[in-house]
Design a binder for this molecule. Structure first.
Ligand code: C2O
Ligand code: CU
Length: 508
């Protein structure tokens, strides 16, 4: 029951997944930037207040928000670096509205580069989807853009730019749409936004890549003639090729709501409480295998859509995915929220659950069950209202293979051998039932995300907008193309997307 015993068990059952690290716990809070570097302070995630709550024609409340991007010096505990932020926060403010609200968000861009906001998972009208050149012109430095849409359906979502690797610099935030009725019966609710950070060498993907490239170049130089070949094999390591796509940086900090575990305020509970945790993975390159020591997690929603409650010991969550879980506080103590990594033989602690009535001296030891229960989507069932309409029957469905390739010596990633932007659009009629068969021919997992729609994973009504396609795995999803427009479809490892793993679904 000590942790290293548990870890070995865990890794044995986990198999080789991609990833990761870390998990965390506390509700975090955020930093404000003033003159100096922002310092994370304990406290709840700030919720962005709407500046106006009025009524529009038709009677829906209108809620207005302002988001301002900027370069902000931040210190997460690894030294100051230049984060790119919404409203000066390492993780942007939570936007929380009620289903059916009309939402108007004014983005003001104070970054040196053009940007946009994409409302990940919310099926907004195409013109509000935040994809530059496709759904809107990018918002130039010093300029503003107004997004407006109806907040629906209820669920846990998030927002981020859709420009280059910007979201790996800190530009992420939670977007929660509460149900109009029947919000669930919880004593406490926490939104937990996971983020991986590259803070060395000034911060940001390019800086870190430059550093990696320099180091690799130095190392290769020492290996004589191997240098060129090895550089090529590493993909993107060509230090002197300015056109090579960036590779994932070496992440050196993991946060929940912008705070590392060491300084984050614990999640709190009283014995007997029922907690609702909304996990949102806003990372760019990290899949987490999350474990709340001493507790199981009961999944109630996948990417915002309700499922029949499904209890797990470990929750795997990839970039872009959200899971709402319930935790019954029935085991007093002080427990770590942590993630396992299979690349380093270690845990990453992301946070702590502290019972109000338990002594705060030291963490309680974990006891991971022998047969670990996972969030295996094939074992889960959607809520009855999520099950697929009969109109999506096999006979009308058009099927597209989506073969995912890359690695193996190439710095590029492809779908069906095509590299964005040199890709064919997937053209479907409005209301057409569609099936995608993902076939992953690479050695990395790819969390595939479709804009503007929810898809069903498998055939049991589990709906999502982002699904992990494991290394050498096959996954099928189906959806009804009911939202007209051009919609991005891509891997949510932002380095893979930017190195070609994107295409477009055109709904007529
Ligand atoms: Cu999180 Cu193209 O999106
Ligand atoms: Cu990928």
């Amino acid at each position: 029951m000590n942790r290293s015993h548990s870890r070995r068990d865990f890794l044995r059952y986990a198999g080789g997944a991609a990833v990761l690290t870390a998990l965390g716990g506390p509700m975090l809070s955020a930093c404000q930037s003033t003159a100096g570097p922002a310092i994370a302070t304990a406290g709840p995630t700030p919720t962005l207040q709407s500046s106006l709550t009025g009524s529009i024609t038709g009677g829906s409340p209108l809620k207005e928000f302002n988001l301002t991007t900027a370069v902000t010096p931040i210190d997460l505990g690894t030294g100051e670096f230049q984060a790119w932020t919404y409203n000066g926060l390492p993780v942007g403010p939570e936007i929380r509205v009620t289903e059916g609200d009309r939402v108007r968000i004014t983005l003001t861009n104070n970054l040196p580069d053009p940007t946009t906001v994409h409302w990940h998972g919310i099926p907004v009208p195409n013109a509000m989807d935040g994809v530059p050149k496709m759904t809107q012109p990018a918002v130039q430095p010093g300029e503003s853009f107004v997004y407006e849409f109806e907040a629906s359906p209820a669920g846990s979502y998030w927002y981020h730019p859709h420009v280059a690797h910007q979201l790996d610099r800190g530009l992420i935030g939670a977007f929660i749409i509460e149900p109009k009725s029947n919000p669930g019966d919880y004593d406490r609710e926490y939104t937990l936004v996971l983020e991986d950070w590259a803070t060395v060498d000034g911060g940001g993907p390019a800086a870190v890549n430059r550093m990696v490239n320099r180091d690799m170049a130095g190392m290769m130089g020492g290996m004589g003639g191997m240098g060129g070949m090895m550089g090529n094999m590493m993909g993107g390591v060509a230090a002197n090729d300015p056109n090579a796509p960036l590779v994932e940086p070496v992440y050196d900090a993991y946060t929940i709501n912008g705070q590392v575990a060491e300084i984050a305020e614990p999640l709190t509970a009283k014995q007997g409480d029922k907690l609702k945790l909304r996990f949102i993975n806003g990372s760019s390159g990290t899949i987490y295998d999350l474990r709340l020591a001493g507790h199981s997690l009961t999944i109630t929603h996948t990417d915002g859509r309700p499922v029949e409650p499904f209890t797990v010991d470990v929750l795997r969550i990839a970039m872009g995915e959200r899971y709402d879980v319930e935790v019954t506080a029935d085991n007093p103590g002080r427990w770590q929220l942590y993630a396992l990594t299979d690349s380093a033989d270690d845990y990453v602690t992301l946070g702590t659950l502290q019972y109000a009535d338990a002594l705060a001296s030291g963490d309680s030891g974990d006891n991971v069950p022998q047969n670990i229960r996972w969030n295996d989507l094939t074992q889960m069932t959607g809520a009855p209202e999520e099950r697929y309409p009969a109109s999506a029957s096999a006979s009308d469905r058009v099927v597209f293979d989506q073969t995912l390739s890359g690695g193996h010596g190439s710095p590029l990633w492809s779908i069906n051998g095509q590299i964005w932007p040199d890709t064919d659009a997937i053209v479907v009629a409005r209301e057409q039932p569609v099936q995608f068969n993902y076939r992953n021919q690479s050695m990395m997992p790819h969390p595939m995300h479709l804009h503007g729609h929810f898809f069903e994973v498998g055939q049991n009504g589990v709906r999502k907008d982002t699904v992990i396609v494991p290394s050498h795995g096959l996954v099928s999803v189906r959806f009804v193309a009911n939202n007209p427009g051009d919609w991005m479809h891509h891997c949510h490892n932002i380095y893979h997307a930017e190195a070609g793993m994107m295409n477009v679904v055109r709904v007529g």
